[in-house]
Design a protein around this ligand. Structure first.
Ligand SMILES: CC(C)(COP(=O)(O)OP(=O)(O)OC[C@H]1O[C@@H](n2cnc3c(N)ncnc32)[C@H](O)[C@@H]1OP(=O)(O)O)[C@@H](O)C(=O)NCCC(=O)NCCS
Length: 173
């Protein structure tokens, strides 16, 4: 029974070359936290990663290559005003964090993680998905645009260092 559960948790959602895109297991969280530390200036407590994983495992996805986690995406579900419909109150997926180790970028892993994160929030019947991105992060903005995300607003001094963010969103329903 235990073996069956482990195999089920490690099931590939998709493959990109030799890399497996699959749901994050609790035992992957340490590697995810390490990637977050080196890839992004926004860091969180271990408890935060654990709680996001507990709340929405369907949209907490990792990329694994040769037994090593090399990328991740984690998302939340929220309720709030629509980024598309005036005064509409909707269920929204929120991409909290996504990153790929530098040496593995440019091979389609970020896009594959995003697609499975989107699938995860769609599984929860979300109407939209949104994220914040630094206005200077042109690579990530390009990736989101390729996935049909639109810039909906500019959030002034959103980051601790004073940089603005774009709020980007994609309608799912
Ligand atoms: C953003 C990030 C996750 C992209 O991961 P990746 O594995 O390199 O992305 P992919 O190879 O899947 O590229 C996806 C698409 O985005 C485009 N893209 C990605 N990085 C790009 C860059 N630096 N410049 C231009 N386009 C880029 C690609 O051209 C590709 O488009 P295509 O599908 O038409 O070929 C990665 O650069 C990263 O981890 N950056 C640091 C962390 C970060 O900034 N996270 C986002 C915070 S909001």
């Amino acid at each position: 029974m235990f073996l069956f559960l482990v195999v089920a948790l490690q099931t590939a959602l998709r493959k990109v070359g030799d890399c497996v895109i699959r749901r994050c297991d609790e035992s992957d969280l340490a590697a995810v936290i390490d990637i977050n530390m080196v890839a992004l200036p926004e860091h969180y407590s271990d408890y935060f990663f654990e709680s996001i994983h507990r709340e929405l495992p369907e949209a907490f996805i990792v990329a694994e290559l040769d037994g090593k986690v090399v990328g991740y995406i984690m998302c939340k579900i929220e309720f709030g005003f629509s980024n598309f419909r005036k005064l509409g109150f909707v269920k929204k997926g929120h991409v909290v964090s996504v990153a790929v180790l530098e040496e593995h970028r440019g091979k389609g892993l970020g896009k594959a993680l995003m697609l499975e994160g989107i699938n995860g929030v769609m599984h929860k019947k979300s109407d939209e998905i949104y994220l914040e991105v630094r206005v200077s992060n042109t690579g990530a903005i390009k990736m989101y645009e390729r996935l049909a995300f639109e810039i909906k607003s500019r959030l002034r001094s959103y980051y601790r260092d004073g940089e603005d963010a774009y709020l980007m969103a994609l309608e799912l329903s």
